[in-house]
Design a protein around this ligand. Structure first.
Ligand SMILES: [Mg+2]
Length: 299
């Protein structure tokens, strides 16, 4: 294998923007070796989640239980990104109808807006994030507000939510219900849209960042949308086979079997044929393959 350079993959960056599910853990199980692989570097770590149901503090506590030493300040959620988006769209103190958890309502409150649960003439916006308690009456309230012209922000449009029993409806499925009922389109905070990753870059204090994630359609597309490099890890949803037929701008910069690749020098892929990429990764599972030019070379 040909080295790209002698330095470890992570040392080409000042920050790692880390996806959670499928990258650091799978459901309730930590991905083996993850905490140790992340520990060894000077890079700023920012934990980035599309899930808007839990506050940053409880996400950090969950990560710490699994062995990732995350602090609340290092966690960026789509609920925070949605609240910031709203603050730029409506006046301070405006009423925002919340379809989602009390943690999402708390984020809305923290940016100086007033969370409510019923549609009235004074509701200025609707914000929608996942909650397992969302029911028809909640969607009906949102539908009335949207038909009356309220601003609409969705935390994310993830269609499915994997759990132990299979794929449950994600926030995107509930957004689809309101889209059908309102003939409107929401503005979206979460990956692959820019607001969440822009918040994460701001938190990192640098744009010399590497997005690390397991999904091509959220993490890798998201990295492209904010113009930073990306590493696809094959520990979650996306597979190498999905690269076949994808245009180059939707490819990650690097592909690796696991987070171990962060601590080794990447190798240059010899071919963009998915089967060949698979064979090269299998030959050296602790190393990333570079399948696209990094932005440092394009500039
Ligand atoms: Mg993921």
């Amino acid at each position: 294998m040909q080295d790209v350079s002698g330095t470890r993959l992570r040392d080409g960056y000042e920050a790692l923007l880390l996806d959670l599910d499928g990258t650091l853990y799978r459901g309730s199980a930590v991905i083996e070796g993850g905490p140790a692989e992340l520990a060894d570097g000077r890079q700023r770590l920012v934990y980035v989640t599309n899930n808007a149901s839990r506050a940053a503090g409880s996400v950090a506590a969950h990560l710490a239980e699994m062995g990732y030493p995350a602090t609340e300040a290092e966690v960026v959620t789509s609920a925070q990104a949605a609240a910031r988006l709203l603050a730029g769209r409506v006046e301070q103190g405006a009423e925002v109808l919340v379809v989602g958890t009390d943690d999402l309502a708390a984020e809305v409150k923290s940016v100086g807006l007033q969370p409510v649960r019923r549609a009235t003439e004074t509701v200025a916006a609707v914000v929608q994030g996942h909650s397992p308690q969302t029911a028809w009456p909640d969607l009906a309230e949102a539908s009335y507000a949207l038909r009356a012209g309220a601003v609409w922000v969705a935390a994310n449009t993830d269609r499915t939510l994997p759990n132990e029993r299979g794929l449950a409806p994600g926030n995107g499925a509930m957004v689809a219900a309101l889209r059908a009922a309102s003939d409107r389109e929401p503005e979206v905070a979460g990956k692959p849209f820019a607001p969440l990753l822009e918040n994460a870059l701001e938190r990192a204090g640098t744009r010399a960042a590497l997005v690390v994630g397991d999904r091509l359609d959220t993490d890798i597309d998201g990295a492209e949308n904010v113009a930073v490099d990306s590493l696809l890890v094959l520990t979650g949803v996306s597979t190498i086979d999905e690269l076949a037929g994808l245009p180059t701008h939707r490819w990650p910069t690097y592909i690796a079997s696991s987070l171990a690749a962060l601590n080794n020098a990447p190798a240059l892929a010899h071919s963009d044929d998915p089967a060949a990429v698979r064979r090269e990764l299998d030959a050296r599972p602790d190393r990333a393959l570079r399948v696209r030019a990094p932005r440092s070379e394009i500039r």
